[in-house]
Ligand binder design. Sequence first.
Ligand SMILES: Nc1nc2c(ncn2[C@@H]2O[C@H](COP(=O)(O)OP(=O)(O)OP(=O)(O)O)[C@@H](O)[C@H]2O)c(=O)[nH]1
Length: 222
Amino acid sequence: MSDSEEEESPDRQLKLVVLGDGTTGKTSLATRFAQETFGKQYKQTLGLDFFLKRILLPGNLNVTLQVWDVGGQTIGGKMLDKYIYGAQGILLVYDITNGQSFENLEDWYNVVKKVNEGSETQPLVALVGNKIDLEHIRTVKADKHQRFCQENNFSSHFVSAKTGDSVFLCFQRIAADILGIKLNKAELEQSQNVVRAELVKYPEEDHQHHTSNCQSKVCSMQ
Ligand SMILES: Nc1nc2c(ncn2[C@@H]2O[C@H](COP(=O)(O)OP(=O)(O)OP(=O)(O)O)[C@@H](O)[C@H]2O)c(=O)[nH]1
């Protein structure tokens, strides 16, 4: 196979459906991912919004993600089943400061299960705790989130649509999981918007005694 043939692998298309209660931040998450913007003003989604974004996965694989942003008020409505139908990935979104939005995911997941009953292929389901910029007023404990994931075999994500923290990473991991692609550590780290650095201060006199191995300490922190 020539180089140019290798480069031009055809796009894969994936349908991802974003579900969860109103005001949990589904539209914000989709717009942060697809348009890299965030609006503070709440505007209720009536029915459905739709976003497209092309990403590149390892192996030069272009993937077009169709993100179906479903309004929180659609639960119980007759269109919801149609929105979910054919999805390869489902994002179950809750607000970490709103316990009810977490409890209600059970109902959203029940609709997903019903739509896919008897189907040979099941969608990958991701549990997404949004608004981690509001960690100080979190009400849904992380272990509750993890338990829900383990019980149902969901992938686990914590994001902030407001700051953008881990949003791209979340969609990238979901797409890679669906396609059975393994992301290496460097690729995962590159997708994380927030850079965490630890500051370590050594006492003055101690520092003088340890100048010879000081360099290795600095290296291990980077
Ligand atoms: N602090 C904070 N606020 C957020 C975040 N994401 C969304 N919001 C705010 O939460 C409110 C609701 O966000 P939306 O994205 O409209 O919520 P939604 O889930 O799409 O709501 P429906 O359309 O009713 O289903 C808005 O005021 C957003 O600005 C976040 O990560 N952090």
